[in-house]
Ligand binder design. Structure first.
Ligand SMILES: [Zn+2]
Length: 292
């Protein structure tokens, strides 16, 4: 018996099959289907992956890039605009006849890092994924913070500059306009985040200035969250966030912005441990929790 987890991205859907010992047995991915075709695709991935590993799927968890209510309705996914108030959990449960959980993708990645990765055994943790945008999972008092509707953790849309850069959410000055991979590319005049990091390693002076500026924006948003949640550990994950070079710069910037350590001890800042499968693994764990 396996738990299946699917991480739905803007361009790719990644499915993993998780054994009873939480080990990834196998994985499968497909380009993300357009519109509401994504529901059918997730169901297909679940069935095909279970078949491939020769096991029965007992549960399915799905991570979606957007706001998902506590009952598994996808309200808004900025990169999949056709999905609005889509009752995904209900549709998949009916179709597959197994337990299904649907949640935000960063929440899923955070659950994986909390249960079996860099935030293991921490009752107060903040997991921030930095990629095209910013996602967050908040762990407080040993529980995932979901909020009244289930929309907690939309930290990428904390406003850090009144009247600042336009954001797809409709407002201006959101944190992800200054501290995401997209923002870094803009600051570096079109050079990708990966390339900026490579140039910094080669001690390129211009890249160094850009990365210091970028890291100070990352740290500013983190400090707001530290003041809100008082975490023991902050895990940086996602395509850009998992970089050890970036962690080093953000740690420097955060220590400059934090109050003196004797007044406010700084949280530990670490990189994620589970790599690009974290979201799918967390989704599988979440789906399995529904059974428990
Ligand atoms: Zn925004």
């Amino acid at each position: 018996m396996v738990a299946i987890g699917v991480d739905v991205g803007g361009t790719k859907c990644l499915a993993v099959a998780l054994g009873a010992d939480n080990r990834v047995i196998d994985s499968l991915s497909l380009p993300t289907a357009p519109g509401i075709g994504v529901v059918e695709e997730v169901a297909e991935l679940c069935t095909a992956l279970a078949l491939r590993v020769g096991e029965v799927a007992t549960s399915l968890g799905v991570g979606m890039p957007g706001t998902v209510s506590r009952d598994g309705v996808v309200y808004l996914a900025p990169h999949l605009p056709a999905l609005r108030k889509l009752p995904m959990r209900e549709q998949l449960a009916q179709q597959l006849g197994i337990h299904v959980a649907v949640d935000n993708d960063a929440t899923c990645a955070g659950i994986a890092e909390w249960e079996m990765g860099a935030a293991r055994q921490c009752n107060h943790a903040l997991i921030i994924t930095i990629g095209t945008g910013i996602g967050a999972a908040l762990i407080a008092d040993g529980k995932v913070v979901r909020g009244h509707h289930g929309f907690a953790g939309e930290s990428g849309h904390h406003i850090v500059l009144h009247g600042g850069e336009e954001c797809p959410c409709g407002r201006r000055g959101c944190w992800e306009q200054y501290a995401s991979g997209t923002a870094l590319r803009r600051m570096a005049n079109g050079v990708s985040g990966e390339e900026v990091l490579l140039r910094v390693v080669k001690e390129d002076a211009e890249a160094l200035i850009v990365l210091e500026e970028f890291a100070s924006w990352v740290a500013l948003g983190l400090l707001n969250l530290v003041n809100t949640l008082d975490p023991q550990v902050i895990v940086l994950g996602g395509g850009l966030g998992s970089s050890a070079v970036l962690r080093h710069f953000v740690a420097d910037a955060l220590s400059q912005q934090m109050p003196p350590a004797e007044l406010r001890p700084a949280p530990l800042l670490v990189t994620a441990q589970l790599g690009p499968e974290a979201g799918a693994i967390g989704a599988a764990l979440l789906g399995r929790e529904v059974i428990a």
